[in-house]
Design a protein around this ligand. Structure first.
Ligand code: GTP
Ligand code: ZN
Length: 351
């Protein structure tokens, strides 16, 4: 990738980013996009080629991820500026009270799921909510279509009917580029695509097929000590159709946070029904005049869908609440430090 030069438009530069530049920025800096994230450094790509940015030298870049646009100064001394993002994918860090950025400035998200035990409507709904919240178009890509027969395939597809109106669903054999042709429509020049999905569903295989890579992307895969090879760092690849593909690590534990709007959009059918319930604070369990329960009884709404809606809504509330509590704790701790500095100063002043 380093020998090849790309225009900013090919790297996904848009008017949205251009509008953020001042005259000084235009004269003294050059836009670069983060294409690889490592523990200690970032690889960024601009019109003049690739640069490595040391995270120890620029601690502000710890809060960036793949897809971000940076203004890197021509003198290579000033701290790079992170441009405002057009879309942000984030989740709750597993086992921690913080957000984890997955990818930014994404146009389209391929929600990758496979026709086997991974096929799970509730998980797909989760990813749909994540896409809504992030501000990217979701396309559902179902892999391993070659491993099921037509009637099994129809059975799976039947279940997807009520998921989301206008949701584009593509069924593919990720190993066969002919079968993946429909995906290229979303991967044109300057378009950024992220692949989301559990481990083993075929994200790396799809990336290889879309990018015309023959061999496994060995450089970004490391043994996780369990005899399993998983994608460990975040990397950006170019599709043969010119688009940019972001490959993120497997996300087995997808916890949603600060995602209420996204969830409500994905479950707008339930939201609409809830407005017709007799009680404004109806929990849709056994309350009289519950329009949601009536729809379930009438076969118009799947009970599973209501359960998943309530589950992920309360999960995101819990996760967001924990973060709020952490912030409150931080503020209290900050005050404590200020008070102790103040009283120390007071003691010194009075000495
Ligand atoms: N037959 C068939 N095999 C597939 C298909 N897609 C992926 N595979 C196989 O499924 C296995 C897992 O695919 P990967 O591409 O490594 O999965 P991944 O989603 O990148 O997994 P992580 O890197 O762990 O997140 C590999 O052995 C692939 O060859 C498909 O459409 N058909
Ligand atoms: Zn109700």
């Amino acid at each position: 990738m380093s020998e090849k030069y790309y225009t900013l438009a090919q790297l996904g530069w848009k008017t949205f980013f251009n509008q953020q530049l001042t005259l000084d920025d235009l004269e003294q800096t050059k836009p670069h996009r983060i294409t690889q994230v490592f523990r200690n450094r970032l690889v960024v790509l601009g019109e003049d080629g690739e640069l490595n940015l040391d995270l120890a030298q620029y601690p502000n870049l710890q809060g960036t991820t793949i897809g971000d646009w940076l203004l890197v100064s021509n003198n290579a001394v000033d701290i790079p500026v992170i441009l405002e993002r057009q879309s942000v994918f984030q989740r709750k860090s597993p086992g921690a009270n913080s957000h984890q950025l997955i990818a930014t400035n994404v146009d389209t998200a391929f929600i990758v799921s496979s026709f086997n035990q991974d096929f799970n409507l509730s998980r797909i709904e989760r990813y749909l909510a994540l896409c809504k919240e992030a501000g990217a178009v979701a396309v559902l890509v179902l892999t391993k279509a070659d491993l099921v027969n037509q009637s099994q395939l129809d059975e799976y597809l039947e279940q997807l009917h009520d998921l989301q109106s206008h949701l584009v669903i593509l069924t593919v054999n990720a190993l066969d580029s002919e079968s993946c042709q429909g995906l290229f429509d979303w991967c044109g020049v300057g378009q950024t695509v992220v692949l989301l999905g559990s481990s083993g569903v075929g994200k790396t295989t799809l990336t290889n097929t879309l990018c015309g890579l023959q061999e496994k992307t060995a450089a970004i895969r490391q043994d996780d000590n369990k005899g399993r090879h998983t994608t460990t760092s975040r990397s950006l690849f170019f599709a043969v159709s010119g688009g940019l593909i972001l490959d993120c690590p497997g996300m087995r534990e997808l916890q949603l946070t600060d995602c209420e709007d996204g969830i409500k959009e994905v479950f707008s059918d339930i939201e609409d029904l809830a407005r017709q319930c007799k009680f404004a604070d109806c929990h849709h369990h056994q309350e009289p005049g519950c329009a949601v329960q009536q729809a379930i009884k009438a076969g118009l709404l799947e009970e599973r869908r209501l359960t998943n809606y309530q589950k992920i809504l309360s999960e995101q509330a819990r996760n967001s609440m924990t973060l709020a509590q952490v912030h409150q704790k931080d503020r209290k701790f900050g005050k404590l430090i200020k008070t102790s500095i103040h009283s120390k100063k007071h003691r010194i002043d009075n000495f």
